[in-house]
Ligand binder design. Structure first.
Ligand code: XUL
Ligand code: CO
Length: 445
């Protein structure tokens, strides 16, 4: 591996797989990229990506205190030189971790200029820098996006702003971010609502705002088609924060929105664990609803804190969570469009401020997903869970079940049928199944 060597990270090691008995914290204990599980390597199953915004641009501030992150490569300026150095460090970190892809926001990789044109020129410059880095390392772009929530002009929303000039700015920014994504062979482009929602209903026309949002999405799809984009478009559901309510609230409401505006054949979902938590849903619920609709596009892999009402974006270290995610993916045969990946949209805790913590955090997430993959594969190989679920619905394969689903019987027919027999209600065996899953999971990993 030809490591990118910014002197400020040259002391950080290449992270290798050492196995479960290793006590080296800077080694993988479970993620063995070439290990084959259900006919595919771990690398292929997991398709890891790192995000630019948290990894390189998050100083780890919170509402009560300034940033703590030590970033010796970053001089704090908004210069292009600084942006280029950061990009080199980012790719150097990804190389050390063996992470094959990344995601970015336009303004995180390229400084905002004084005008749309100046910002666009900076992004063009950084696109060629990123392109060179991709070429040198083999690391690819999972998806790009535009930051439509930071600038004060987007205070009332971007596509959903009451001011049409703001919509025009957002559209211009999306155009440039999409062009950058296309130039970098991105496998996807994400829309994240952010401020596409409202803070108060007193001054808000919901019907109009949702239609405006759909129109920006339509324009992006048209632009992508006209400029050779063969990646996937995604919406990333999140119920709130920063706005009081976002129109892409959760998977079900986002599917409804896409269907209402006939965008569901062009845009699928990028589903984030912490956003599911904020919507009062489990990640397993959100993924299964999307998978059932053929809309499981990609995943922002992190986790929240059920005791906190905000987006904590922790690195995913919960084995039950990653096992469930990987179970859905194995059962669904991967992502619906085979373009998605597991993007660590995750940040270190404010207390984990040293550069080496960037390695520890990603290692933790990667090992936890590798164990989740092994555990999910073991649950499938064991077969008892699936046999139970199959048996639970078996009566629907009887002639009566088939005729109901074929629309061949009426309520009157069914009442006559019901008069001939009383159902024997059986146990759902939840506790037995949960204990059995514990046995299988922990024996496997
Ligand atoms: C915001 C969020 C974003 C999106 C990209 O909550 O998750 O990082 O993933 O804009
Ligand atoms: Co996200």
């Amino acid at each position: 591996m030809d490591l990118l060597t910014d002197p400020t990270i040259s002391h950080l090691p290449v992270v290798a797989f050492e196995g479960a008995k290793s006590t080296n914290p800077l080694a993988f204990h479970w993620y063995d990229a070439d290990r084959v599980v259900e006919g595919q390597s771990m690398r292929e199953h997991l398709n890891f990506a790192a995000c630019y915004w948290h990894t390189m641009r998050n100083a780890l501030s919170d509402p009560f205190g300034r940033g703590t992150a030590l970033m010796p490569w970053d001089d704090g300026s908004a210069s292009l030189d600084n942006a280029v150095r950061r990009a080199h460090v980012f790719f150097g970190l990804l190389q050390r971790l063996g992470i094959g892809a990344y995601c970015f926001h336009d303004h995180d990789v390229a400084p905002e200029g004084d005008s749309l044109a100046a910002s666009a020129a900076n992004l063009t410059h950084m696109t060629s820098v990123l392109s060179d880095l991709q070429e040198a390392t083999g690391i690819s772009l999972l998806w790009g996006t535009a930051c439509l929530f930071d600038h004060p002009r987007y205070a009332h929303g971007a596509a959903t702003s009451p001011d049409v000039q703001v919509f025009a700015h957002a559209a211009g920014q999306v155009r440039r971010a999409l062009d950058a994504t296309i130039a970098l062979n991105g496998r996807g482009y994400v829309f994240w609502g952010g401020r596409e929602g409202y803070t108060t209903l007193v001054n808000t026309d919901i019907g109009r705002e949702r239609a405006q949002y759909a129109q920006l999405l339509r324009l992006a799809v048209e632009h992508g088609d006209a400029h050779g984009f063969d990646g996937a478009f995604y919406i990333e559901p999140k119920p709130r924060e920063p706005s009081g309510h976002q129109y892409d609230f959760d998977v079900e409401s986002t599917l409804n929105f896409l269907r209402e505006y006939s965008l569901n054949d062009r845009i699928t979902l990028n589903i984030e664990t912490n956003h599911a938590t904020l919507a009062g849903k489990s990640m397993g619920h959100e993924l299964r609803v999307a998978a059932a609709a053929g809309m499981l596009g990609s995943i922002d892999a992190n986790m929240g804190d059920v005791h906190a009402g905000w987006d904590t974006d922790r690195f995913p270290t919960d084995l039950y969570l990653t096992t469930d995610i990987m179970l859905v993916l194995l059962e669904h045969g991967g992502f619906s469009n085979s373009k998605g990946g597991l993007n660590f949209d995750a940040k270190r805790r404010r207390e984990s401020m040293e550069p080496v913590d960037l390695l520890h955090a990603h290692i933790a997430g990667m090992d936890t997903f590798a164990r989740g993959l092994l555990a999910a594969a073991a649950i499938r190989a064991d077969g008892r869970l699936h046999a139970f679920v199959r048996e639970r619905y078996a009566s629907w394969s009887d002639p009566l079940g088939r005729r109901i689903m074929d629309g061949a019987v009426s309520l009157v027919d069914l009442e006559a049928q019901a008069a001939t027999s009383e159902p024997v209600v059986k146990s759902g065996r939840q506790e037995q199944l949960e204990a059995m899953l514990n046995d299988v999971m922990f024996a496997a990993t």
